[in-house]
Write a protein of this length. Sequence first.
Length: 281
Amino acid sequence: MRVAALLALLSSLSWGVADFIGGLAARRAGSAQVLAVTYPAGGIVITIFALTVIPGELSTGLIGYALVTGIIGSIAIALLYAALTRGQMGIVSPITAVMSGAVPVIVGVLRGEQPSTWAYLGMAFAVIAVVLVSRESAHHHGRTPPVAIVMAIGSGIAIGFYLTSLGLAPDNSGVWVAALGRWVSTIIMFTFVVIVVRKFDRSTFPWLLAITAGVLDAMANGIFQLASQRGLLSVVAVLGSLYPAATVVLARFVIKERMNSVQGAGVALAFSAAVLLALGS
């Protein structure tokens, strides 16, 4: 279980950095165009890992899981990137985390999982942490519009079901569900860009940002799948949902988004939640 907690924290860190980098890329080129690059970039890397580094059993039974994760995942990330282009990263990311962590916890408990007292305390800390991190100062000039908040909520719910699908995949599948789901998402985004967007400016496209975000996001998905195979879904999902802490810190120091004292306390509480969840696992 301790290994599961460490893997979940690693996936959280990777997701947080990926969201920050992907958000920067989406602000420059648009969500759909960026996703059309991030998905195949990440798909190539995680497929190589599935074939060579973390081999698992590839069977026809995984097709259903791959389709579900691919469809839901593309909707979730499209909504997230759209929200990140309209609102502050330090506000959008924590809102998605509350919802994305809640769905797998509910599913895990309904399936009979019994987290320890420490784990439940850590879950409570995590919820409070993401709420605090999402608090804007009354004097803040870069406010997040309601449409971005609605998109963030929708993205969080979709991410929650995505994580649940990964967590319920067979334990002997390695990272194949994450890998195959990535290619399903790639097909969806390619189709959307060709039919709906119909434009792609390669000369000014932020290639490095998009590719880096795609690789980090795909690896986070694979690492989370490994974590869910080794621990309780209800615990690793909450650990994975702590990714806004990384996004907020990067936004504060790289692009100078202001972090008020309440948000700072939320980041500190997020780390406390991670410790409690690790102890409880």
